[in-house]
Design a protein around this ligand. Sequence first.
Ligand code: M6R
Length: 631
Amino acid sequence: MCGIVGYIGTQTAVNILIEGLERLEYRGYDSAGIATVTEEKIESVRAKGKLFNLKEKLENHSNFSRLGIGHTRWATHGKPEEHNAHPHLDNQQRIAVVQNGIIENYQTLRDQLKEKGYQFYSETDTEVIPILIADILKDLPGDDPDKALLEAIGKAVHQLEGAFAIAVLDAHCPEQLIVARQQAPLILGFGQGEFFCASDVTALVPHTNTVLSLENGEIARLTPLGVEVYDFQLKRLRKLPRTLDWSATTVEKQGFRHFMLKEIYEQPAVVRTCLATYLNEQWRAADHPSHSPVFLGLDPQLTKNLQHIQILACGTSWHAGLVGKYLLEQLAGIPTTVHYASEFRYAAPPLTPHTLTIGVTQSGETADTLAALEMEKQRRLTLEDDYKPLILGITNRPESTLATMVNEIINTHAGIEIGVAATKTFVAQVLAFYFLALDIAFQRHSLSLEAIEHIMVGLRQLPAQIETILEQQGSAIEALAHEFAETQDFIFLGRGINFPIALEGALKLKEISYIHAEGYPAGEMKHGPIALLDAKVPVVAIAMPGSVHDKVISNAQEAKARDARLIGVTPMDDNQARSVFDDLLLVPHVEEMLSPIVAVIPLQLLAYHIAARRGLDVDQPRNLAKSVTVE
Ligand code: M6R
């Protein structure tokens, strides 16, 4: 939610800020703005809407400042209008601030500052920050403005409640950029005589691979000479940057029309990477191995004596959690519940002993998920041993806030995902659940060694099977998708392990094409939703081999009898299914237990091609942001 970027160094800041904002635009695109310092003056340019509006405003605008901050906004407080765009300035135009997060007590602060005579020009929560800093600064000695600014920010952050990451400029400090973090991501980048900050490393990788993730309660002072990190009491901290193994091309479209399409096509490689990382190639049932078939390296305490697993997540990650539940129950034999993190926090179920809590979030920054995990951790901390907090994170961003809150993480290794619609990260999350379920199944002997090996053999075939879909079905799915460009409603049906895939297919379509879509367990249609069906509502049914195949086909027939156009996700060799469906999204024949990963691919392509045909901004759908860092 919102992206912030900052630069201090030897190059023209504006270019670096704009390039950084381009790479952060996936975090919000309601407005954008930058501020720079030249000759003891703040120059700020802001524009409503997407970044190109700001770029247009900056054309023929010469600004050679070497210090600046930028922001791309996902509106929370105040409409997406220019006067609400960041940066926000104090009344003297001395302090400029960009913020990602929410200042929960902004109304109180605003009232207090208004009483002191300050004017407000926006409806945002953020505007209180520059005014507050300026108010504190006026009472500090002015002989050393650099020192005073750090001190003022140190005092100001103590008055701010909520989750925030801020970057601050002072017109009187042309050699200093100060940033602070409290529960919203902020990464520092280290170049040669130049330093950067950004909400995500995607904005840093074109310039440097040396980064430092600021932690909660930390302030950093960036100057052309280096970076100093402090805690909120302004005690200096010693921090060591780390090296990223990403290159700038990782965050480019590489010839694809959209990032989402590129990311869909990256899935065979992602699955290969995950298998190579986690699956033990040497493991054979016949050797009666005493070690796990997977290399998760989890602390055995996490899974010992387990009686219950609870999964907390949002959106697509919640769908991955539903597949996870199926695997953990059916393979590892552990009762598992899946909760929307946003609901769990306010109506947590009664505590159960020997419970593993799994937080699933590709970004590792989703506020709802982090808050629910924190709540769960806190309510267990003071209880006896059986209830101790055992928390596992499944994330694509091991450097994220999630990683600092959990006992262990499984890194999903999907590589950066820029498209707002999650695709490859979903597949990687689902794979993480296969590995976890196999690990626990092995430890608890809930599956025979032969059954484990059988699943491992199936997993190894997935990359080639996904490639087959992409190569052989890509054009057919695109052509089919074009027929639905004007459709207004879709129903997606699945059962068992593929019910979450029906939900995911519907979510993908809704979020990028703005077509209303619902996912249902196929057997539930007759209990109400079947009333929705007529010739104008296509039904996509996932009919993969296995225990519910015939049931799904029967449910699909029921829809056909109500004139619905039937589209089947089904194996190439399934003649029964082929004769029932009007249109086919063909996939290779895989066993039921492995079918979600192949079944989701054509649904991603269908959603993508419908949205692209409708001429929509697939990578940045309206009202959404990639990383939802507000509750
Ligand atoms: O980063 P997370 O996995 O925690 O994100 C959760 C959801 O916000 C995310 O999956 C969202 O639903 C996507 N837009 C789905 O494509």
